[in-house]
Design a protein around this ligand. Sequence first.
Ligand code: ZN
Length: 90
Amino acid sequence: MNQTKTEYVKSQEQVRYHTCHWPDCKKQVPPAMWGCSKHWYTLPPTLRSKLWAAYRPGQERDMKPSEDYIKVAREIQAWIQEYLAWRHVK
Ligand SMILES: [Zn+2]
């Protein structure tokens, strides 16, 4: 692959039903992306870079993300739950 990972992800289009992974966000995003830009940039940079590092171009096609990727994706969901709970308290 001559493309960089960024070029690859940016070139990907919406090819099937796939929504942002933020809870209750119904926004459609290309399967190569985790979520819509609003929610992606709500995540802490450390989690974003971890997910980015674990992402393998094409995993959304063969549906075989690495264990690392799944682990980080779970961490992200846990972070979101805390974030939402904290916002709810405020
Ligand atoms: Zn979203």
